[in-house]
Design a protein around this ligand. Sequence first.
Ligand SMILES: Cc1cc2nc3c(=O)[nH]c(=O)nc-3n(C[C@H](O)[C@H](O)[C@H](O)COP(=O)(O)OP(=O)(O)OC[C@H]3O[C@@H](n4cnc5c(N)ncnc54)[C@H](O)[C@@H]3O)c2cc1C
Length: 354
Amino acid sequence: MDAVRALLPEMQREAARLDADAAFPAAMFAKLRAAGLLTATLPAALGGQGFGEGTEGALALLALFQLLGEGSLPVARLYEAHVNALQLVLRYGPASLADSCARDAAEGALFALWVTDPPAGGLVLDGQKLTGQKAFCSGAGAATRALVTVAAPEGTRMAIVNLDGATILPQKIKLAGMRAAVTGAADFSGMTLPPDAVFGDVGDYLREPVFSAGAWRSAAAALGGLTALVKLHRDTILHRQRERDPHQQARFGQLVMQHETAKLWMRNAALRGCLEDDGNEAITAYINLARLAVEEACLTALTLFQRGLGLQAFLAGGAPERLMRDLATYLRQPAPDETLVKAAEHYFAAPLPR
Ligand SMILES: Cc1cc2nc3c(=O)[nH]c(=O)nc-3n(C[C@H](O)[C@H](O)[C@H](O)COP(=O)(O)OP(=O)(O)OC[C@H]3O[C@@H](n4cnc5c(N)ncnc54)[C@H](O)[C@@H]3O)c2cc1C
């Protein structure tokens, strides 16, 4: 944590260049690797530090995502995929695969999580042979391993692929924000997987509570982006000596409220997601709402930020403008309507959150 905190100014400094070039934060990941982050969420038996384990580990992992999100949302997003991929292997994979992934991570492999199929020509597994593509691949061209979902004859399964054998396609889409997460597409046609690469039962990827509860991690990263936004707002207003204006004071008070609301939701969401000490439905309903509460806090904060800073927030290439683009883009997580409705259905039938 101390090592990551020390890297924060550098992460924020280099964000402008990486955004302009849509370039992967390679130098920063080398430093995070050296700080032990790629293995931090593994259990001690596999060389990890237990981030995410028990109450203390859950709060530590929350603090880590928040810190990374404050430094750079693209870095936090890339790291979140790495953590997610390793957790799925540990949960659903055989011990041999968990061992080899832990070894790879210790040797510096960055894992991606590519589960989005393009509208046509998605990833198909026949025997051990892959055909097809994945879309929205963050870390394309930089990550060295990926957890992918594959359409096998028996149903959807997960596989760990060595990305040396995949073709990274030229980016057809250009995202307005999160450009340093280098989100592209990959073609796996012609790759043959080793026998233990495909793992889990049919449907494990979507199995609850893990599938929905995992959203707490990306919400924690977004909370870090919100922290950066609130600090930038405060610094800019102070720099312009506008802090005595009652309208600016009221806006800043509202901003701090939004931030604190998101923080309180996330503390409970991280604990529920990591400890799994409740029924599946109760865990997923709570985390679904937490995710949306953070989204709403961020959207409200973006409006307050724009009103408070005025046109200064829109100077192309400036830190406020980049942060707004990154945060607004990162908030677009799948199926927000369905998430809210499902949580509402749960709380109509079950007790309110304890
Ligand atoms: C920066 C970034 C990096 C990403 N990296 C990866 C990655 O590495 N790997 C990966 O696999 N994916 C990645 N993704 C993609 C991500 O997993 C989701 O696919 C994406 O965020 C979905 O966003 P969306 O707003 O299009 O969602 P949608 O779910 O399409 O939601 C858009 C709107 O449509 C509504 N809606 C959804 N479904 C329906 C429906 N059936 N009928 C009517 N309305 C509907 C929603 O409620 C919402 O209002 C990334 C996305 C971002 C932003």
